[in-house]
Design a protein around this ligand. Structure first.
Ligand code: GDP
Length: 540
């Protein structure tokens, strides 16, 4: 069947599929390292009923490591390297939560995760405010008009004044804020947060490993009991609330969905406080999966036919089971056990009877999945980032970015006899997106490119533990590696012939210009006006 005839016959499905899609919420949790992302993730899972208590998955700096952290490097350095996907049901909704690495060296991975979600939850440390990594992540959200919910964490500490924090988020991140809750006091004098919509304050009751079942509720801003107990804090609170109610931005769900306005919540993740507000906002306000633009047509989430895009590859997530998993975001239709799919890039059939869903370290076999869900498909290297699976149609679902690396190294083997293993390992790691691998056209040494220096460390460690290869990395003088395209095939061929020495192919086979200096790059750009040099590339 041709693409056109499939497009024309892309019928919308039964009310069943539609209602399943409508109850999906897929979001990524983003923050600067240490703001409390992992803690909040655990608490969301706990309140969502997905884990028994956060005590089972204590902070990763203790001997036990957090649910969403998988890898050795994470355990040793206390940072999240991989992005975990977790699914749980809450209040009638199926929630797909994607963790993201906070450390900037792994931001490429985070950007890709942000293409697979419909909303983001931004965690801010109330003592620190907006930090560098938050700025970058929000840029990506803004570029995609992703709706963002804001959680200002650590109110149990002496932190910065809340009004100052709101101003900073608005000024630095360029996102209008609409506070839904407002804190009364902070640190030792933290009474709790007042919900502007419900006109009530839920009393802060510190405690880490339990889910509060009974909460003390205080009605109204002028509550006498609160005033008596927190006289100084209450006075400041009244002034602030007047400002928030008077000059603040009222919440507007359409503006939130357009990515223009962020509902803001205050709380303390470690004390389980304010977490339920977030879950409620996700269920009530966060968007269900939306249509996606493919090259030939728009793909609607409630269409009958399955389509999905690979946005992440992860090998050896579980050291006990050496495996390779492609994370697929379902864009339309329904996944079911035994579904017969087509791998669009190769044009071949793809039998998939083993999709899995994730509950962090635990996985279970998936029976059905709908648009918005993230499924894991075990495979032996056939699926690559950006690949599309459909039920027959040749769909091009682009949009997953690949960034021009800024750091370059040449791998050096300690044991030269392991060259073959190194080649195989780098191929896998390149396809996974752990590192960018460039093979020179002139047959010269393979070169690795990264956005952050820690990526090399991860690669060295994985080469050793997963492939038995000991390698060091030698810096190499490269100013930039840029992808090149030309107006015509002929022109690209000519460019290729003339610049053979400076060209390489990346893991996907895309032609890349390796410029040793800025001058060389500028000269090439001048000399070849019909060739375009790209700093980003979309996976295709
Ligand atoms: P991530 O790097 O963003 O994932 O941050 P973590 O969740 O690992 O938290 C960083 C540190 O902040 C840890 O020591 C947490 O125990 C601590 N933390 C998280 N939430 C809170 C909170 O609400 N209050 C306080 N005082 N500490 C918190």
């Amino acid at each position: 069947m041709s693409t056109k005839s499939v497009a024309a016959s892309a019928v919308h499905n039964s009310t069943d599929t539609r209602s399943e899609v409508q109850r999906r919420r897929s979001f990524a949790i983003i923050s600067h390292p240490d703001a409390g992302k992992t803690t909040l993730t655990e608490k969301l899972l706990m309140f969502g009923g997905a884990i028994q208590s956060a005590g089972t998955v204590k902070g990763r700096k203790s001997s036990k490591h957090a649910t969403s952290d998988w890898m050795e490097v994470e355990k040793q350095r206390g940072i999240s390297v991989t992005s975990a996907a977790m699914q749980f049901e809450h209040d009638g909704c199926v929630i797909n939560l994607l963790d993201t690495p906070g450390h900037q060296d792994f931001s490429e991975d985070t950007y890709r995760v942000l293409t697979a979600v419909d909303a983001a939850l931004m965690v801010i440390d109330a003592a620190k405010g907006v930090e560098s990594q938050t700025i970058k992540l929000l840029e990506v959200c803004r570029a995609r008009n992703t709706p963002v919910i804001t959680f200002i964490n650590k109110m149990d500490r002496e932190v910065r004044p809340p009004l100052e924090l709101i101003d900073e988020i608005e000024d630095v991140l360029g996102v209008e804020c609409s506070p839904v809750t407002w804190p009364l006091g902070m640190g030792k004098g933290f009474a709790g947060v007042y919900n502007v919509h419900d006109d009530q304050l839920v009393r802060f009751d510190p405690g880490q490993d339990h889910v509060h079942t009974e909460t003390e509720i205080y009605k109204g801003v002028h509550n006498q009991a609160l005033k008596a107990e927190f006289p100084i804090e209450h006075e400041a609170f009244l002034d602030e609330i007047e400002l928030v109610n008077g000059a603040g931005t009222p919440f507007d769900v359409d503006r939130f969905l357009a990515g223009e306005l962020s509902p803001v919540f205050f709380g303390s993740a470690i004390n389980n406080y304010g977490v339920q507000d977030i879950l409620k906002a996700l269920v009530e306000w966060a968007p269900a999966p939306r249509p996606r633009a493919a090259e030939t047509r728009t793909v609607y989430p409630d269409e009958t036919r399955f389509s999905g895009i690979v946005f992440k590859i992860q090998a050896n997530m579980d050291p006990q089971h050496r495996d390779r998993i492609a994370f697929v975001r379902i864009c339309s239709g329904q996944y079911f056990d035994g579904i017969s799919m087509k791998h669009v890039q190769s044009g071949k059939k793809f039998r998939c009877s083993q999709a899995i869903t994730f509950m962090a370290r635990d996985r279970s076999r998936l029976q059905t999945g709908f648009a918005g869900d993230i499924i894991g498909i075990q495979n032996h290297g056939r699926l690559k980032i950006g690949d599309v699976l459909t039920e027959g149609e040749n769909l091009e679902l682009g949009g997953i970015p690949y960034f021009s690396p800024e750091l370059f190294r040449i791998p050096r083997l300690k044991d030269p006899l392991k060259a073959k293993q190194l080649k195989r390992a780098l191929k896998e790691l390149g396809e996974e997106g752990t590192i960018q691998v460039f093979e020179r056209l002139d047959g010269g040494e393979v070169m690795l490119g990264a956005v952050g220096i820690l990526q090399f460390e991860t690669v060295a460690q994985r080469l050793e533990s997963e492939f038995g290869v000991n390698a060091t990395f030698e810096p190499v003088n490269i100013h930039k590696a840029l992808w090149v395209t030309a107006e015509t095939e002929q022109m690209l061929k000519e460019f290729e012939r003339a610049n053979h020495r400076r060209l390489a192919r990346d893991a996907s086979g895309s032609l890349t210009f390796l410029a040793p200096t800025r001058q060389v790059l500028e000269l090439a750009q001048e000399k070849w006006p019909s060739v375009t040099f790209h700093t980003t590339r979309e996976y295709r």
